[in-house]
Design a protein around this ligand. Structure first.
Ligand code: PA5
Length: 475
């Protein structure tokens, strides 16, 4: 993608927050005065992020990913080329931050029926992200791939996540039984020192591996090799993705929230949360962007859902992310958003120009309910419905704002991801919490270890087994 300065400006992602304010929402909206009362807090959050960016010990290494990976990116591009040449299938084994990004980029930037396209029309092997341990799913994946012709990208920072490692054990066993040297068909993406995958790779005699930098947590890792390798295998322009992220970083340099889109989003969401808006709906008007909601849900929920401040004070903060898709969910959830409790902020992802327009032919001329559609395009229809839904919500006094993507491509997706990451970092700083830990996730992981008999978890196993369901409460 050749990104001239003019093209960058044309592809700039913007935030329209008119419908968060009192301009059309009246007393249901945020007034200038209320917004300005948060100027100081926003500046402090901005300063915190600016001062600590890149610090591995604070897990803020993600801020530098658009700038410090030139060598890795070239290596990834070369590896991806080999993978495309050699394999028919590419399977990501990972979960959470190790899977949501690859799925999201795949759906956003590839054909929506990519795996069904003939080989000549695909830019790479068929692509799967296996982020569950549903036994049926595993078995049925194996029905449609030939493991000997598949490259497995095992992504796990710790190399100790039960789901991913169970998948790895199954796959490595199958490869061995099929007479394949495991290391020929796997690529590891993991932590440099602590990850078990490093040990496994050494035992196998050197598996191709990529390092997830120390200061980059799972949910902030899409712009690291976690997301870049799968994307490159799919023929996605990963350099443009990183350039998009760097561009958004530049757009968010100001400490003034009126000149910093991520800081404005964080401040608006913070004000809304303080006012009991505990639900944040993300509603892309684009099938390509539908899994951005899944990726964002993890980022926002796992980062902000905390019970203690950095000063050790108890708190219970966070906002429950809800995934919706325009226009599909207009015919289900939007009724609730418009008339239900005043507990939500709706964020629309709107697209200025879709890669297809798809004209609607004239027809059914004797039925005005139908014929008015003829002569328009599906692009016009989806955009009109997006505008109409924002209008209806605003009329009903519901907080909503729109992130505008001029088009869906690598450069705009990179901007969007970085915007959300920065927004999350700012919001976490406003709440004065540890944005980057996830004790709640770790607790579930440890309980699983205990249940399945991992050494060192005997006490917890006893405790878990003692907590049997009480027949009195079973109906
Ligand atoms: O954001 C996170 O830290 C988690 O969602 C992890 O990505 C997830 O639990 C997988 O962990 P790992 O990469 O260690 O396998």
């Amino acid at each position: 993608m050749k990104l001239t300065e003019t093209l960058r400006r044309q592809l700039r992602v913007t935030v329209d927050y008119t419908n968060m304010t009192d301009k059309y929402l009246g007393d249901k909206g945020i007034s200038k005065k209320a917004l300005d009362a948060h100027k100081k807090l926003a500046r402090a959050a901005h300063a915190y992020v600016a001062q600590n960016r890149g610090k591995d010990e604070l897990f803020m290494g993600w801020t530098e990913l658009p700038y410090n990976q030139a060598e890795i990116v070239n290596d990834i591009i070369a590896t991806a080329k080999l993978v495309r040449r050699k394999f028919e299938h590419f399977v990501v084994l990972g979960i959470g931050g190790s899977a949501l990004g690859p799925s999201m980029a795949f759906t956003a930037l590839c054909h929506l029926h990519y795996n069904d396209l003939p080989k000549s029309k695909r830019r790479g092997p068929k692509f799967f992200v296996e982020d569950n341990v549903d036994p049926v799913r595993m078995k049925e994946l194996l029905d449609v791939i030939d493991v000997t012709k598949t490259c497995f990208n095992v992504i796990s920072k710790s190399g100790a996540t039960s789901e991913t490692m169970a998948q790895y054990l199954i796959i490595s066993d199958l490869l061995t039984k099929a007479g394949v040297n495991i290391k020929e068909n796997v690529i590891f993406t993991t932590d440099a020192a602590r990850g078990n995958l490093v040990k496994i790779s050494d035992e196998l005699g050197g598996v191709k591996r990529y390092i997830l930098p120390d200061g980059v947590g799972g949910r902030f890792s899409e712009l690291s090799p976690v997301g870049l390798l799968p994307a490159a295998v799919l023929g996605i322009d990963i350099k443009a993705l990183l350039k998009g992220a760097a561009y958004m970083d530049k757009l968010c340099k100001s400490a003034d929230f009126r000149r910093n889109p991520a800081l404005m989003c964080a401040t608006l969401q913070y004000i809304a949360m303080q006012d009991g808006k505990n639900i944040g709906v993300l509603m892309p008007y684009s099938d390509n962007l539908r899994y951005v909601s899944d990726w964002y849900a993890q980022l926002w929920a796992e980062s902000l859902g905390k019970n203690v401040t950095l000063d050790g004070q108890p708190c219970h903060v966070g906002q429950t992310p809800v995934k919706a898709l325009g226009v599909t969910d207009q015919h289900s959830q939007v009724q609730l958003y418009t008339e239900g409790p005043y507990d939500k902020v709706v964020t629309f992802l709107s697209v200025g120009s879709y890669k297809e327009k798809t004209p609607i032919p004239h027809g059914c001329e004797s039925i005005p309910d139908v014929s008015f559609l003829g002569g328009h395009t599906m692009e016009e229809l989806i955009q009109a419905e997006n505008k109409a839904t924002a209008y209806a919500l605003t009329k009903a006094g519901r907080l909503n704002y729109t992130i505008n993507l001029p088009a869906v491509n690598e450069f705009t997706l990179g901007q969007l991801l970085y915007l959300f990451e920065l927004q999350t970092a700012y919001a976490g700083a406003m709440f004065n919490i540890d944005t980057y830990n996830q004790p709640g996730v770790e607790a579930g992981k440890k309980a699983t270890f205990a249940l399945l008999g991992k050494p060192g978890y005997d006490l917890q196993k006893k405790d878990l087994n003692a907590a049997q369901p009480d027949p009195e409460y079973i109906v």
